[in-house]
Design a protein around this ligand. Structure first.
Ligand code: FEO
Length: 170
């Protein structure tokens, strides 16, 4: 049955496998952002919390985009299990540093999918992933901009409040 599904797919089997891994990664990113939103909420960083709630939604939409693409290509999208979500942060800056590290890992994984698609002449996947490449650039940039604020404004109580006020929530 599995082999028949693979023969009817319009993407390669190896693309389907790495795209399913990406579904897992986007889902974990969504859950991690929710944990970050919760930490920000509990520590009275309201705009940061809104930022991370929105990020959590976005990552879920990325996951769904890939999920639908696999099934629309005749493949088998796998609903991910997500475990080991970190809720423990020591500062607002650490939350954003962790967010950036997470995005860098996602970018690497997306580059890996594109490299694999090129290697296997899977043009449909290579084309599909272009949107994600742009999206990653934008996401990394927006978090780096926020991290710059810590350098600019400092890390004491007042500075953190001012940084939180400057964080865009949409
Ligand atoms: Fe969908 Fe920001 O990774």
């Amino acid at each position: 049955m599995k082999d028949i599904i693979r023969q009817q797919m319009s993407i390669t089997a190896s693309s389907m496998d790495v795209l399913n891994q990406q579904i897992q990664m986007e889902s974990k990113a969504s859950a991690s952002y929710l944990a970050m939103a919760s930490w920000c909420d509990q520590n009275a960083f309201g705009n940061s919390a809104l930022f991370f709630y929105a990020q959590a939604e976005e990552e879920r939409s990325h996951m769904m985009k890939i999920f639908k693409f696999i099934n629309d290509s005749g493949g088998n999208a796998i609903s991910p299990e997500v475990t080991d979500i970190n809720h423990d942060f020591s500062s607002l800056e650490e939350v954003f540093v962790t967010a950036l590290e997470q995005e860098i890992e996602v970018t690497k994984a997306i580059n890996g999918i594109v490299a694999n698609a090129k290697k296997t002449d899977d043009y449909a996947v290579e084309n599909f992933m272009q949107w994600f490449i742009e999206e990653q650039l934008e996401e990394e940039r927006s978090i780096r901009d926020i991290l710059d604020l810590f350098e600019l404004m400092g890390r004491d109580g007042i500075a953190l409040k001012l940084i939180d006020e400057r964080i865009k929530t949409e």
